[in-house]
Design a protein around this ligand. Structure first.
Ligand SMILES: *Cc1c(COP(=O)(O)O)cnc(C)c1O
Length: 386
């Protein structure tokens, strides 16, 4: 999709849709219920868990941006993941990546323990492990790329093709890039989902999710389940996320410009051992990233010299970066995966996954790049003086 097209979809979503007052911006519809026209004569909406005009406007915009047919807005990113589990029976097998989002890993492993489905966890860059997993004829294969926090990339088109040939549905977590930088449905996936908490809303004031299906029938089945189990997103959150969406194309441009500059700066900084960033030609999966992503995205992580003491010194000496988990907001955030996002993992498992004590993750915001670099330079320099 051309960038201009995406900007138009994002900006125009719901504009001029008010037939009553001619409001330019779509109204927020907070009503939980809707009057029937008369006996047994329903309108388009009847009850807001099932359907809501504000939520529908937001869902349709994301479905269009992702080039899918049905969008379902959920209360959180995790409820979008949970919605996928409604497709599964105890006889079904699910394949998830070994380095998927911690919350997804927790959900799938705990539901599998209760016998709701069989679970296979694989490194999807390991062709042998992947084909062994696909030989079990899974019902669902989950893909997440780039991964968190090491920004590993897997080939969406190739994994999708192999999975579908084995009879599986493919669902891609596209949270780290947004529909502006990667479009899994166009690469063949059946389902794409997001934590809209991150880039799509982009202002760190909503927790939400969205799921888009390529096919209408699968979308209707999942929408039926979303209403049935009661995980649809609120009107107010949908309103805010729709408002955030309007500037997504513009924000992504600035996120990318800043991230490219930060990555280059970090790579050349004497305090840094290694930078994980898919925009570097030396990144092991650079060719795949180049093929399937519009650009690298604004997430990166790095190994700091000097161990955990240096990490503490760095965090204590930053003033622009906020020490917090989450990502994709306009503000720059910094975090320590080992003690924050990945604290639920045993230390040995962390190390096996490449998450060391000196690994630092950043979400590059859209502040002035000179201020971002000056803050990092100060913090990094002081971190080495311990
Ligand atoms: C945050 C996140 C989620 C979960 O979303 P919530 O909105 O926090 O429930 C899922 N996947 C990825 C990649 C995320 O970053």
């Amino acid at each position: 999709m051309a960038a201009g097209k995406a900007s138009t979809i994002a900006v125009r979503a719901g504009i001029n849709s008010d037939k009553h007052y001619g409001a330019v911006v779509p109204a927020i519809h907070l009503s939980s219920t809707y009057a029937l026209k008369g006996f047994n004569d329903k309108r388009q909406f009847d009850y807001s868990r099932t359907g809501n005009p504000t939520r529908a406007t937001f869902a349709d915009a994301i479905a269009e941006l992702e080039q899918g047919s049905v969008g379902i807005v959920t209360s959180t990113g995790m409820s979008a993941v949970h919605l996928l589990c409604q497709l599964l029976t105890p006889e079904d097998t699910v394949v998830i990546p070994h380095d998927c989002y911690g919350g997804s890993y927790r959900l799938f492993t705990h539901l599998a323990k209760r016998g709701l489905f069989n679970l296979v966890v694989v490194d999807q860059n390991d062709d042998h492990a992947l084909s062994q997993a696909l030989a079990q004829k899974p019902k669902l294969v989950l893909i997440e790329t780039p991964s968190n926090p090491l920004l590993r990339i897997v080939d969406i088109a190739a994994i999708t093709q192999a999975s579908q040939a084995a009879g599986a549905l493919v669902a891609v977590d596209n949270t780290f890039l947004s529909p502006l930088l990667q479009q899994p449905v166009a690469l063949g996936a059946d389902i794409v989902f997001h934590s809209t908490t991150k880039f799509i809303n982009g202002h760190s004031d909503v927790v939400g999710g969205v799921l888009v299906t390529k096919e209408q029938a699968l979308g209707e089945e999942l929408a039926w389940w979303a209403n049935c189990i009661g995980i649809t997103g609120s009107a107010f959150d949908s309103y805010l996320a729709l408002r955030g969406l309007k500037t997504l194309p513009l924000r992504m441009k600035q996120h990318q410009e800043n991230a490219d500059a930060v990555a280059k700066f970090l790579k050349n900084h004497p305090a840094i051992e290694h930078v994980y960033f898919p925009g570097f030609s030396e990144h092991p999966n650079y060719a795949i990233a180049k093929k399937q992503q519009v650009s690298a995205g604004s997430m990166m992580s790095f190994e700091l010299k000097g161990g955990v003491e240096a990490v503490k010194m760095l965090f204590d000496n930053l003033s622009l970066f906020t020490l917090a988990q989450s990502l994709g907001g306009v503000e720059s955030l910094i975090s320590h995966p080992s003690t924050m996002t990945h604290a639920g993992m045993e230390i040995e498992a962390q190390l096996e996954a490449g998450i060391t004590q000196s690994l630092v993750r950043i979400s590059v915001g859209i502040e002035d790049i000179d201020d971002i670099l000056a803050d990092l330079d100060h913090g990094l320099t002081v971190s080495q003086q311990g």
